[in-house]
Design a protein around this ligand. Structure first.
Ligand code: MN
Length: 202
């Protein structure tokens, strides 16, 4: 059985950029529901598996119900870690900035490209910054619904933004772009991004 992970900050910590109501609903209703649905779907086959094992197994066996719920649990666990109310987390450190400038020309161009990917994800899904182990480069990708880069062994997720409507509709009604501007300028935890990158050879 899996449990809903507590948030790394208080429910009102991200206000006014992300309201207390949005964070409460998103965590205690949406995220919790994925955990509950996943637990209902688990069988003996899943005994002893980590969440990532469950996702990879469901992906290989095309078990859509388990995959969707398990991947959404993982994606949300990861998403919350990508957010911070601490001003010092909102800018990348020198090493990360150097890689961003190498692979996206400039920090500002990186933000433009990330916003573009997140805006053009048709319907529900996620925008990601990943580290590709193949060519050792940073890349921006988008995934639909519950899809997640961890099903690709060559991709290391570094940062994600939830672009399901429930992530922003209360605070930015029908304005995904406005939410993305706030996410990119006031919410990203670049310390978490660097931490994810530090586990790999650059
Ligand atoms: Mn969500």
């Amino acid at each position: 059985m899996f449990k809903l992970k507590p948030l790394p900050f208080s429910y009102d910590a991200l206000s006014p950029h992300m309201s207390k109501d949005t964070v409460i609903y998103h965590h205690t209703k949406h995220h919790q529901t994925y955990v509950d649905n996943l637990n209902k779907l688990l069988t003996k086959d899943h005994e002893g598996m980590s969440l990532i094992d469950v996702i990879k197994h469901a992906h290989q066996t095309k078990d859509t119900a388990v995959f969707n719920n398990a991947a959404q649990v993982y994606n949300h666990d990861f998403f919350w870690m990508c957010l911070s109310h601490n001003e010092k987390d909102h800018t990348p450190n020198d090493t990360l900035l150097m890689l961003i400038e190498r692979d996206f020309e400039s920090f500002s161009h990186f933000k433009t490209k990330f916003k573009e990917a997140a805006l053009t994800q048709f319907g529900s899904g996620w925008a990601w910054l990943v580290y590709c182990l193949n060519d050792k480069k940073l890349k921006i990708i988008k995934t639909g619904n519950a899809d997640t880069p961890i099903t690709d062994d060559h991709m290391v997720p570094l940062l994600t933004c939830d672009v399901w409507e429930h992530a922003y509709y209360v605070d930015y009604p029908a304005q995904r772009g406005a939410f993305l501007d706030v996410f990119l300028n006031h919410l990203i935890n670049y310390s978490f991004v660097s931490e994810n990158l530090s586990k790999h050879d650059l």
